[in-house]
Design a protein around this ligand. Structure first.
Ligand code: F6R
Length: 612
């Protein structure tokens, strides 16, 4: 959701900014821009459309200079256009800024600034910021920011360049991510770690309202009152290759192929071989101690999108294994319905990026109620990781494609592990049962590999179904949730209208949409519900639907009822959401490929949704 970069140093800024933006393009791709100080003025170049449009303009009229800021936009206020693209400047172009977030009180500020003579060019909320800085400018950017920041309501990450102090960039944030890094030739700002990996793996994180003064020789940090702060760099394990396509046509395909490793890498730090060769949790790997585990009266899980689907699966697991009543809340809805959070609740947020605005807000709501909070996230040092009481990381590596794939399976692994740990600590699972359970989890990586390697099945089906306009996923119990995730993958990248339905619910209305040739994917991996699924499949078949069934290897009864069968390796019912996700993702991917959509950057979407 909008990517920000900044550079000041001894090298040319434009190529560094453009490379950084290309690594952040997944955050927004409806327009892009840069502002570079050329020795006498801040030269702004911006263009509607993908980064390649901007690159073309820069190639036609290059900008030389060693300091600058850049932005890739996901529009909120004002349509994608050259004028609405960032950077935005004050009236005489002495201050340029790029922004991620939403200034909620921009209308009121804009009116006040217009009354003072400021002339606005764009329809954005962002443009108030350079005008405000100019209006209150004291000659010191640090002092000015200390005055101006309290006037802004909403969320922001800002990077600021000014003609007055041309070597120096400033940046600040509230509820939107920003990271900084140093290299031997200068200092860098970015919205996200992948943009820095080429230069450093030691990054500095800003807290809300911190201000950083970024100079070629180093970075100084200040709190909102201007007191200097010391910050330790955080070392990240990701390397630059992890943020590149590595020969794959798309990041999404690469990330699907990384799932076996992501599953393994997420589980491996949590488990070890104990006595009698039995798997168990490593000491201190699971963060909730026995006393706290036993004090939990209920669990509330809150998340968005794919991470929400992990939460939905996890509800069953926490209830089944640990016997803890669990509810799952869409984060964007949670705080607006006056939720009741009881004492002794455990509040879990699940977020790949750790920066999703709604998820952070839900976490803060829970913290205000004084309950213990736990974050499952893929990004070390992200906001949810820093704010929750406990954190368990997924080790999926950077996920760049907008459609989440390897994060889903890794988050699910953590949830399975957490449920088992709580179950053991609450006396609901024996050590032997745990060993068997962990053994099954440990097998999932190899089983995922089998599914990833059989991608041709989905590629072939996608070729056949490339022209469909709508489709359905149906399933029961855990499969009903797998349907939601598979349907989301198909919708968001191939743009095929797809509904996920609990199979038994179809006949209560939606069945009227099934006609001759309608594609209905029936996920049927829950052993006790196969007969029920067969009945629901028959309801579809007699109305002309074309049914593809996702079943386990050993399933024999469904084959004769359907048009096609996609098999997943044998595993306990509880773990099928991990395996079944893979053919669903591959089908979404190949459908999108057949239909010629922009797979890694689907229309209207952006990764890391840092606005409400
Ligand atoms: C779908 C997808 C989104 C994210 C959602 C939450 O493929 O990627 O639905 O799952 O925006 O993002 P995180 O997990 O970063 O909070």
């Amino acid at each position: 959701m909008c990517g920000i970069v900044g550079y000041t140093g001894s090298e040319q800024a434009t190529p560094i900014l453009m490379r950084g933006l290309s690594r952040l393009e997944y955050r927004g791709y409806d327009s892009a821009g840069i502002a570079v100080y050329n020795g006498s003025e801040l030269v702004v170049k911006k263009a509607k459309g993908k980064l390649s449009e901007l690159a073309g303009r820069i190639e036609a009229a290059p900008v030389a200079g060693c300091v600058g800021i850049g932005h890739t936009r996901w529009a909120t206020h004002g349509e994608p256009s050259d004028i609405n693209s960032h950077p935005h400047t004050d009236g005489d172009g002495a201050i340029a800024i790029v922004h991620n977030g939403i200034i909620e009180n921009y209308q009121e500020l804009k009116e006040a600034l217009i009354a003072r003579g400021c002339v606005f060019r764009s329809e954005t909320d962002t443009e108030v910021v350079p005008h405000l800085i100019r209006t209150y400018y004291t000659g010191s950017m640090l002092e000015t920011l200390i005055r101006v920041l309290p006037m802004l309501q909403g969320s922001f990450a800002l990077a600021i360049a000014s003609k007055d102090d041309p070597d120096t960039l400033y940046c600040t944030r509230k509820d939107s991510p920003l990271v900084l890094g140093k290299t031997d030739h200068g200092s860098l700002i970015a919205s996200d770690i992948p943009a820095l990996l080429e230069y450093t793996r030691d990054v500095y994180l800003l807290d809300d309202f911190d201000i950083a003064r970024v100079r070629p020789e180093g970075i100084s940090f200040y709190d909102c009152l201007g007191n200097e702060k010391t910050k330790e760099a955080m070392h990240v394990d990701w390397d630059v290759k992890a943020a590149e396509k590595g020969g794959y046509a798309h990041f999404m395909l690469k990330e699907i192929h990384e799932e076996p490793a992501a599953i393994h890498n997420t589980l491996a730090p949590l488990i070890e071989i104990g006595r009698a060769n039995k798997l168990r949790f490593r000491k201190d790997a699971m963060p909730i101690n026995e006393e706290d585990a036993n004090a939990i009266k209920n669990i509330i899980i809150s998340a968005c999108g794919t991470s929400y689907h992990v939460g939905m699966v996890s509800r069953f697991i926490f209830e089944k294994l640990a016997g803890i009543p669990t509810q799952v809340e869409i984060a964007s809805e949670f705080r607006y319905r006056d939720p009741i959070i009881q004492d002794n609740s455990l509040f879990i947020v699940i977020s790949q990026s750790g920066e999703t605005a709604d998820t952070i807000a839900a976490l803060r709501e829970a913290k205000n109620c004084g309950v213990k909070t736990l974050a499952i996230t893929n990004v070390v040092g992200s906001t949810v990781a820093r704010e929750a009481d406990y954190v368990i990381y997924t080790w999926a590596g950077p996920e760049i494609a907008v459609a989440s794939t390897k994060a889903f399976v890794s988050q699910q692994m953590v949830a399975y592990a957490l449920a088992a740990d709580l179950a053991v600590k609450r006396g609901k699972m024996t050590e032997d049962e745990l060993a068997d359970y962990l053994h099954e989890m440990d097998q999932l990586s190899a089983k995922a590999q089998i599914l990833v390697d059989s991608w041709e099945i989905q590629a072939h089906a996608a070729n056949h179904f490339r022209s469909i306009r709508n489709s359905f996923y149906i399933g029961r119990h855990l499969d009903a949730i797998s349907c939601m995730e598979a349907a989301l993958k198909l919708k968001e990248i191939s743009y095929v209208q797809t509904e996920a339905y609990p199979a038994g619910e179809l006949k209560h209305g939606t069945l009227s949409l099934v006609e001759d040739g309608t594609l209905v994917c029936a996920i049927a991996t829950q052993t006790d519900l196969i007969d029920k699924m067969i009945s629901n499949i028959k309801e579809v078949k007699v109305r002309g639907g074309y049914v593809i069934a996702f079943v386990k290897e050993s399933e024999t009864r469904i084959e004769s009822e359907v048009d096609e069968v996609w098999r997943i390796p044998e595993c306990p019912d509880i773990f099928t959401p991990i395996l079944v996700a893979i053919p669903g993702q591959l089908f979404g991917y190949y459908m999108a490929l057949e239909r010629g959509t922009d797979i890694d950057q689907p229309r209207n979407l952006a990764k890391s949704v840092t606005v409400e």
